[in-house]
Design a protein around this ligand. Sequence first.
Ligand SMILES: Nc1ncnc2c1ncn2[C@@H]1O[C@H](COP(=O)(O)OP(=O)(O)OP(=O)(O)O)[C@@H](O)[C@H]1O
Ligand SMILES: [Mg+2]
Length: 244
Amino acid sequence: MHGLTKTAIFANSKGGVGKSTIALLMSLGLATRHSDSKIELIDLDPQATSSDSLRRFANRRFTVVQDESFFLGNGFPNNSKIINHIESKVSFKHNSNYMVFDSPAGSDPARSAFFLSCDIIFVPTSVSDADIFATKKFLDSLDELFKSEAGISSGKPPSVVILPTMVDSRDEFNELRTVLAHAPAYLGKPLYYSPLFRRAFRAEANDKNVRDLLLESADYIQWLTHLFVHSHTIKQRPKKLFQL
Ligand SMILES: Nc1ncnc2c1ncn2[C@@H]1O[C@H](COP(=O)(O)OP(=O)(O)OP(=O)(O)O)[C@@H](O)[C@H]1O
Ligand SMILES: [Mg+2]
């Protein structure tokens, strides 16, 4: 746990698995449910899907950041800059602060030491074979990152939570659980497929699309934000997949 600021990142090397969508549910969910907290959404994706669409909701408590100095010229993350940013918020006096990172496809844990400064790494995946395969490889490289840093940093390593999304049925979810059974990570609740998500990033009149989405996903958002807010109570990484 990093002081009063909690930090989550949505990451997977695979594109189109729902990183930005769930980062949106998390940040708007926190902003609407925790009226005494401050939330910062940091978009590390040069495509800026999250920051472009969420900036219109920004206010005193909800900040949207897209900062080019968080990347290096070669497109890789500027780890020291990001870690400094995370650490700079540690001692805020405000009741609670939440930092939510959305990250681009292609992110490589070996080049992302700042992952280790987060409290929780959310790894969204769909249940399609290609996504599961890529997700397994991503989890392996996360493991390598943890091993390379073991003993160097004193803090608790981040919890890793796989978030199945675009799920069609309970059977599909069970299938995913079987395929990932040996992953040393937590498995989150399934986010079911809904056409409403296709319109999540538009600026519709009165934000009807976002309202409908937040209403339809209320139970999921409740679970997701609660997990983040209480992430300090999550135990050390499980040896094999552990369903939350
Ligand atoms: N539960 C869902 N039901 C239906 N469609 C979904 C769901 N979650 C995400 N999508 C859709 O899947 C597509 C990819 O989602 P999203 O942009 O969040 O993925 P991403 O991992 O951030 O992609 P990228 O790697 O390009 O940043 C989007 O069109 C989004 O609307
Ligand atoms: Mg995205």
